[in-house]
Design a protein around this ligand. Structure first.
Ligand SMILES: [Mn+2]
Length: 323
């Protein structure tokens, strides 16, 4: 059990930096701001440093405007890294891992245990669940602001409570957060009924690229720079597009390709019941979860597509039905 060591280290630290990965998602922002708000209430000198912008959908969370961009290296009593499988995903914030005490709190099965203290629980639905436990054990009151942050973390990383990572504990925590002031309908409206026009246009262009493989069990969406630019979309607007391919009756595994720049393609994988997409992503230097993973691959969109689709189809022979 690593919790007690982490809790005493946090208690003994007066200056604390919270870091998480670039291309931030709801779990990353929600768990980081949840911990930030909790530690701020205890009077600690806490900073949340992120090498990216807070996506528009999450800016309603308390103190989202306090998120700082990385500058030059600084010393902290502790650096808490949340929801981040490996240091390279921190972008310029990886510099703060040098000569600082690192507390690594994560739920990615591919986590490389790069911290001085590591709390990696691949069964946690979201890092927000782990931060919830830490805040509870520290005895910090779970107010509405903290609760909204943690609820955002949990509702986004469970796909609105639909994935197999959602346990009775997940629902119990969500229930407690509602008891502490979260309005679930308000959160859903804020996060899921709030798409920009550009994002919906991007969905339309994405569906034009939809292709099927392996007797329609694999579906793929591929966005080159031309399409991404035509929609006028922000980088975060492609979050969730992979679900358009996954949520098709015949499909077990979905692949989403996004051209970051010529010769560099970001790939997202999702599966439903038996294909281990984390194993696929690892073959290309990435990682993640069994049902949701990603990697960044060198090559043209068409070259990368051919490679990753072949790898996904091979993985079908290994799969064991888990539902
Ligand atoms: Mn997460």
């Amino acid at each position: 059990m690593i919790y007690p060591k982490i809790i005493s280290r946090i208690k003994d630290s007066s200056s604390i930096a919270i870091l998480s990965h670039v291309a931030p998602d709801g779990d990353n922002i929600g768990s980081s701001l949840g911990l930030y708000n909790a530690l701020e209430r205890t009077g600690k000198n806490v900073r949340y440093i992120l090498d990216d912008e807070v996506p528009r959908l999450y800016r309603f969370l308390k103190n989202a405007d306090k998120v700082e961009r990385p500058g030059t290296w600084e010393a902290f009593d502790s650096v808490v890294v949340l929801d981040c499988g490996e240091p390279k995903l921190l972008g310029k914030c990886s510099q703060y891992l040098e000569n600082n005490f690192i507390i690594n709190i994560d739920h990615h099965i591919s986590n490389t245990a790069y911290g001085n203290l590591n709390m990696v629980d691949a069964n946690a639905a979201a890092v927000g669940e782990m931060v919830y436990q830490i805040i509870k054990i520290m005895g910090i009151p779970m107010d509405q602001d903290i609760s909204e942050c943690l609820y955002t973390s949990i509702v986004t990383d469970t796909g609105q409570f639909q994935y197999a990572n959602t346990t009775s504990v997940t629902h119990q925590i969500a229930g407690d957060l509602i008891n502490n002031g979260v309005s679930a309908p308000r959160m859903f409206e804020q996060i899921y009924q709030n798409n920009s026009k550009e994002k919906v246009l991007l969905m339309k262009l994405a569906l034009e690229t939809l292709e099927f493989y392996h007797e329609d069990k694999v579906a793929c969406i591929a966005m080159d720079r031309e399409k991404l630019d035509a929609a006028g979309a922000k980088p975060e607007d492609s979050d969730g597009l992979v679900n358009l391919a996954r949520d098709i009756e015949s499909v077990e595994a979905a692949v989403f390709l996004k051209e970051l720049e010529p010769g560099k393609v970001k790939v997202g994988f999702r599966s439903k019941r038996f294909v281990d997409v984390c194993r696929v992503a690892k073959q290309f230097g990435g990682g993640g979860h069994i049902r949701a993973a990603g990697c960044t691959v060198a090559g043209s969109v068409d070259e990368v597509k051919a490679m990753v689709i072949e790898a996904v189809i091979k993985e079908f022979q290994q799969g064991v039905d888990t539902i």
